[in-house]
Design a protein around this ligand. Structure first.
Ligand code: ATP
Ligand code: MG
Length: 651
């Protein structure tokens, strides 16, 4: 036991609620039963390369067929070798050719309430024109284009225009500083910057162009800048460097055939959220990524022609890449895209949009769900959400109580919830319920998708038993996997392929229960080591969140002479003031829910937790605070620096 204690992660969570899909949902679903899912998964696992190869022939357009499904020279994969395709073609031209050009591709709403609607034919035309604009600035195959824009249709147009001509986009979330943009531009050696004069954010204007001007002073590789007029701000335009989007577009032809690109031509670079350290420039390539985004979209969101799909993620994150742009558009879906914040002008903005657009499939993040809970049910109850048929989450683990709220209040107890586990690196969803087939358990991402073979191992690489926590790895390459870290093969090898031979190391801990359900237990780096027991962050946090007064919680280890580490938790409250009594009550609550071992030693009440700009709790910063240390790690991805300053002051 002592020997094992250092290697495995103990589970203390009890969660036995089970929600089978309703027959009325399953009957119409793409995958209708557990047996059907299992048959498909087994078929794929027998010969993944053949499984994906057959699918690629069917699902993508090929200018030239590929000759081999997979070349695997660990850790370097090449999928659909020798083939030529184009992601922009698969997202646009393919539908026009199938006579579907009049279908709506994008429904868009701006923060101030302005709207747009683009059919596939219209989107195709805009993309062709903008691709020609890029060409006139000398951009071609392999050139990197940096995009720093609000969530407007032009952002998707810019991405697809790059894809059309083989340029590589690098989208940077439009909340990052000039410093962060310059870092990414230099790392990627971007040649062109695309931005807007400004962006709406909660009624204010974020001066995007001003930030870009400061970034470009430090980005010598960037020669040109294209500026979209979004907010009518007076900005400076540098002659010879800066061009207005609309002026270039006015002069551009709408004829731009999609370039036949090698399957492995780089499609984009995207920097990770930076939850655990300095962001990594993840490289994705054309055919494999495109196939994986399309197929996972169809499977997990059970896509039907009449759906109105809304993924609330910004295109600055991988979720926006795969499930606002490449996945849904390759599948011919109708997507809602929204520019603003969930609480502007009021806390019911999302529900107002669901009602207005009759959204049927809604995909968001746990951080948003926890905020909705905190804001109160009255904002939800004002609206008719009966159009919804399926809900999803991504980004962090969802605490079971938050899951139940989502199920009851948003889903009206009728919508399945797909808790999707994946990463920037994986390109698309890896584990998730298939909503017509797999009964859900609150807090579990359930089972791997067909073609995905997870294995949980201990630190020596040996598989662990049922319900034992360990490192989550993936055993066989899959088409959407990253092809490297931009310009740094060594770091790629080091981070993902060196600790467990022959397997992709995801960097998360997980356990698999007696029903073959996977439970993500948090980041490898975040495990708490208490009296020889290794505890998972999420289990302690979920126990806290199940208390009626707790809105959010983060658990970290603090060095302790006796126990190795003590359990320190940071808690935000809803509707109550912090008191000593409540602190004790919370300790008792955790003790009762998951046991004495996990009982917090320190509880700190705070107004907000430090998060990345994509809304993930940054436990590494809290760990430093709990230990009374200065933060030494990368803080460029921190959303709000005052949160950190306040936490320090409260010490
Ligand atoms: P960095 O790698 O720079 O530290 P990051 O890991 O936050 O940043 P992303 O690729 O945006 O960057 O996030 C992927 C991570 O998010 C996963 O490794 C996992 O820790 C977490 N995650 C995503 N979806 C889920 C989920 N459904 N359940 C639990 N955790 C999730
Ligand atoms: Mg990561």
């Amino acid at each position: 036991m002592a020997d094992q204690a250092g290697r495995q992660i103990d589970t203390v969570m009890q969660e036995s609620r089970l929600f089978p899909p309703r027959p009325s949902f399953s009957d119409k679903a793409r995958i209708k039963s557990l047996a059907e899912y299992e048959a498909l998964w087994n078929e794929a696992a027998t010969d993944p390369a053949k499984f994906w190869g057959d699918m690629a022939r069917e699902e993508l357009h090929w200018f030239e067929p590929f000759t081999k499904s997979l070349n695997w020279n660990e850790p370097f994969a090449e999928w659909f070798v020798g083939g030529k395709t184009n992601a922009s073609y698969n997202c646009l031209d393919a539908h026009l050719e199938a006579g579907q050009g009049d279908r709506v591709a994008l429904l868009w709403e701006g923060e101030p309430g302005d709207t747009r609607r683009l059919t596939y034919t219209e989107l195709h035309r805009e993309v062709c024109k903008f691709a020609n604009c890029l060409k006139t600035l000398g951009i071609g195959e392999g050139d990197v284009v940096s995009i720093y824009m609000p969530m407007v249709p032009e952002l998707a147009i810019a991405m697809l225009a790059c894809a059309r001509i083989g340029a590589v986009h690098s989208v940077i979330f439009a909340g990052f500083s000039a410093e962060a943009i310059a870092d990414r531009n230099n790392d990627a050696q971007a040649k062109v910057q695309i931005t807007a004069d400004g962006a709406w954010r909660r009624g204010n204007i974020l001066p995007l162009k001003e930030t870009v001007d400061a970034a470009l002073v430090k980005s010598p590789s960037v020669k040109h800048c294209i500026v979209l007029d979004r907010v009518n701000e007076a900005i400076e335009m540098k002659v010879g460097r800066d061009y207005w989007w609309h002026e270039l577009m006015d002069a551009a032809s709408d004829d731009c055939p999609a370039a036949p690109l090698d399957s492995e031509a780089p499609l984009y670079i995207l920097y990770t959220s930076g939850s655990t350290g300095k962001p990594k420039g993840i490289k994705h390539t054309t055919a494999g990524y495109n196939l994986f985004a399309k197929k996972t979209f169809q499977w997990v969101f059970d896509h039907r022609a009449e759906d109105i799909f809304w993924c609330t993620a910004d295109c600055g994150w991988v979720t926006g890449h795969s499930y606002v742009v490449y996945g849904p558009l390759s599948a011919g879906a109708t997507c809602l895209m929204y520019e603003g914040a969930p609480n502007f002008p009021a806390e019911d903005r999302f529900w107002e949009l669901v009602e207005k657009y009759r959204v049927s499939v809604f995909y968001t993040a746990p951080t948003a769900i926890r905020a909705f809970i905190k804001w109160g049910d009255e904002h939800v109850e004002k609206h008719d959400l009966s159009s919804l048929r399926l809900l999803g989450t991504v980004g962090e683990g969802i605490n079971p109580e938050a899951w139940m709220w989502y199920h009851n209040k948003i889903g009206g107890e009728r919508c399945p919830i797909v808790d999707t586990w994946w990463q920037t690196e994986t390109g698309g969803i890896m584990m998730s319920p298939l909503p017509g087939a797999i009964p859900t358990k609150p807090g579990s991402c359930t089972k791997p998708l067909p073609g995905i073979i997870p294995e949980i191992v201990d630190e020596s690489g040996k598989p662990v038993g049922k319900n034992q926590g360990g490192w989550l790895t993936i055993s066989h390459p899959w088409p959407g996997m990253l092809r490297g870290i931009w310009g740094d093969n060594e770091r790629y090898q080091e981070v993902y392929w060196s600790k467990v031979p022959g397997k992709y190391l995801a960097g998360d801990n997980a356990r698999c229960d007696e029903d073959g359900y996977y439970w993500i237990m948090g980041r490898i780096d975040d495990v708490l080591n208490v009296s020889g027991h290794r505890l998972s962050t999420i289990e302690i946090e979920s126990a806290l969140v199940s208390h009626p007064n707790v809105a959010e919680a983060a658990a970290v280890g603090r060095p302790d002479d006796l126990k190795g580490e003590a359990v320190a938790v940071f808690v935000t409250l809803k509707n109550v003031e912090p008191t000593e009594e409540l602190r004790n009550a919370l300790k008792q609550h955790v003790r009762k829910e998951i046991g004495a071992l996990a009982q917090p030693d320190d509880i700190r009440f705070t107004n907000a937790l430090p998060k990345t700009r994509s809304g993930k709790i940054m436990r590494r910063l809290l760990k430093d605070i709990a230990a009374g240390k200065e933060t030494v790690g990368d803080t460029t991805t921190l959303e709000d620096y005052t949160v950190l300053a306040n936490l320090r002051e409260e010490e």
